[in-house]
Design a protein around this ligand. Sequence first.
Ligand code: ADP
Length: 254
Amino acid sequence: MPNKAVLTLRDVEKRYDNGTEAVRGVSFDVREGEIFGILGPNGAGKTTTLEMIETLNSITAGSITLFGVDVAEQPQEIKKLIGVQPQAPGFQDRTKLREVLEMFAAAYGTLADPVRSLEEVGLADKVNSYVEELSGGQRQRFSIAVALVHDPRILFMDEPTTGLDPQARRNLWELVETVRKRGVTVIMTTHYMDEAHVLCDRIAIMDEGKIIALDTPKNLIQQLLGRGFKKEQHVEQANLEDVFIDLTGKELRE
Ligand code: ADP
């Protein structure tokens, strides 16, 4: 039996003040412990949908509940339940990792344990480093540590691996799996189909404010093939990413 739903959207709509109908009647459930992906071209309404769930954007119509709590009615309760991966470049430079974690924990009224938080994302030795000294991959991992500082039950990530090298990308996939194993439900957007295929248990595909497909990656592919889709077969034993990883190793550099 599938796990129970922790997030429920019913007929959710968003119309901005300028009349743009960014989300046009979206309904779906996310189950406990899932890694759930939202895919779609730019302008599809992904960010607007996430922001409504995260209480950062008002809901024009429909309802969103998280662990049974109504998002529109009890936004303060929702904030305790969710972790939102902040865009790492937004952290103030000249601030130590330890200090950033302490500031975020204080904002939630909890105490930080910076070494433990950083151990979980493989950055324990950086506790006294400055944010500006981190590489792109390290910043992404650090921003996950920040999002988890108050032990949320759902983690939201918006395009977490954009701009990372292949090693850092694979390392981040492992980290997302580790976070899920701790019992945290993960909701993410990505433009990388390989990433969605490897990581996501289920995927919602959005276009023009609507969900046009929602299933496991395997079932989505089966459905396409069932519609008679065919493409020329080129079975290659390796691809350029395999060459890159073979030559430069799987080890994370920084
Ligand atoms: P995605 O994340 O899939 O790229 P968005 O949710 O950012 O899509 O945008 C959906 C639509 O809403 C787009 O047409 C975008 O231009 C519009 N939009 C986003 N934010 C605003 C805003 N603050 N005011 C007006 N229109 C907006």
